[in-house]
Design a protein around this ligand. Structure first.
Ligand code: EPZ
Length: 419
């Protein structure tokens, strides 16, 4: 079983092009099910979650070709409407395929996605919204049996919480429904707008994405299209934190700074020098960073929950004590016990993490508990004196394309090793 071994102490230095957004490519691949033709999707990161999505698509009857970072999906022939339990287990966010499969075939069978490392991941908002669009949902023996006896019809939906996944599922089911759907209190994340842009390029009529009210005028069907996935703002944050924690300097290419306003604000508050020009961003952290008194994760455009583990790792070596309040997921701090094995001094109390900055970290063996928590261990390893050996790295491979190769190019002493 391979691990990641880091010999810490090198300053991160250099230039990197940031990968396409995992949380955009997944719903876009789901949306390709609605398109009766070829979807050419550029800037698709090579990730295990993307491979799982491609397996789901081919299982439904689509054909998929990958050429480097371009994936071509031909959904002319969709012959199935089921997602195998194994694939649902591999990737719980496969639930975002539900709306698209129902939109294309009028029915769907998936196993209940269950929870994940971050705690319970309910989908009540997804299901209640789909029911408002005319979907009958029967839950039996851990499976969801969905059908639309009277077809999909537009509806007015108010989300009690601006759920990203539920917003995506409603858009995907409503794109070819009869009539107009309005989503109130919709999620405003950039990935929602990227999905809407993709679907509109294939003939959909979706307005207001990025705001809290989205209008979807159902059309008969969608056709072929070509689309480029937006950059991954959380991966960009990860490499920024790598430069900050090692007092280095990094230039990121192909980023969308307008997607990262809350993230940039926290880095600047910690003393990092950041300059932005078009789709490039330069971060310099010559001196030891300083604490950020309080950071709160909230829905977009506030500070994103997924960036929490990355800035917590970075602030573990700051001057002073920082506080992070996690408002989105119940169980987001599981990685912190592993981080403390490297000498960080972080205490958690419910949804609050108190990060007492230390000057030195020391390498240790540790294990990833989830995707972003795993990335936090890599960041701490870059700083820690001596060797850090990180296990269960399949979590990291879900969301980071070539992280070891990229960090090597950025002057890190890092490699894959076997047990
Ligand atoms: C998406 O998850 C992302 N995943 C998450 O990234 C991200 O952390 C999250 O949005 C918040 O930004 C993908 O896009 C694939 P939510 P999602 O629905 O859609 C509650 C990663 O690995 N909720 O906005 O599941 C839920 O319990 C992941 O990249 C309900 O109560 O997020 C949570 O507390 C980690 N009922 C909150 O809403 C529902 O029906 C946020 O969930 C749905 C959600």
């Amino acid at each position: 079983m391979s691990k990641i071994t880091v010999n810490g102490g090198n300053k991160i230095f250099g230039e990197l092009a940031v990968q396409g957004a995992k949380n955009s490519v997944l719903p876009v691949l789901a949306g390709s099910i609605l398109c009766k033709g070829n979807c050419v999707i550029h800037n698709c990161p090579r990730l295990s979650d993307v491979e799982t999505s491609i397996k789901i698509l081919t299982g439904l009857g689509a054909s998929c070709l990958r050429d480097e970072n371009t994936v071509i999906v031909d959904s002319t022939q969709i012959s199935d409407y089921k997602i195998p339990e194994q694939l649902m287990r591999e990737m719980r966010s496969s639930v975002v395929f539900l709306g698209a499969i129902i939109g294309r075939t009028g029915k769907a069978v998936i196993s209940s996605p269950g929870g994940c490392e971050l705690g319970p991941r309910p989908i009540d908002l997804h299901l209640s919204s789909l029911e408002k669009l005319g979907v009958n949902i029967r839950e039996e023996h851990g499976f969801l049996y969905c059908d639309t006896p009277k077809g999909l019809k537009g509806a007015e939906i108010h989300l009690s919480f601006p759920s990203v996944g539920a917003t995506e599922n409603i858009i995907l089911a409503a794109a070819t429904a009869k009539g107009v759907t309005v989503i109130h209190n919709a999620a405003k994340e950039p990935e929602i707008s990227d999905l809407a842009d993709f679907l509109n390029s294939a003939g959909a009529k979706i307005y207001g994405s990025g705001s809290d009210t989205i209008y979807i005028h159902g059309v008969n069907s969608l056709g072929s299209t070509e689309h480029t996935i937006i950059p991954d703002r959380i991966v960009a944050c990860t490499y920024m934190a790598a430069a900050a924690i090692t007092n280095g300097e990094i230039i990121l290419k192909g980023v969308m700074p307008s997607h990262m306003v809350a993230i940039l604000s926290v880095f600047r508050e910690s003393g990092c020098k950041i300059s932005v020009s078009g789709k490039s961003l330069k971060l310099t952290a010559r001196d030891r960073i300083t604490r950020v008194p309080t950071i709160r994760s909230l829905v977009y455009p506030a500070f994103p929950t997924d960036a929490g583990p990355l800035v917590i790792a970075m602030l573990s070596c700051a001057k002073g004590t920082s506080v992070f309040v996690e408002n989105i997921f119940e169980n987001r701090f599981r990685y912190i016990d592993e981080l403390n094995r490297l000498g960080t001094k972080i205490k958690t109390e419910g949804k609050i993490a108190i990060i007492e900055g230390v000057d030195k970290l020391s390498g240790a063996g540790c294990k990833c508990t989830d995707l972003r928590g795993g990335a936090a261990l890599v960041l701490a390893g870059l700083r820690a004196k001596g060797k850090t050996v990180i296990g269960d790295i399949h979590h990291i491979e879900r969301g980071y394309e070539d992280i070891v190769e990229n960090l090597k190019l950025l002057n890190a002493d890092i490699e894959y090793t076997e047990d």
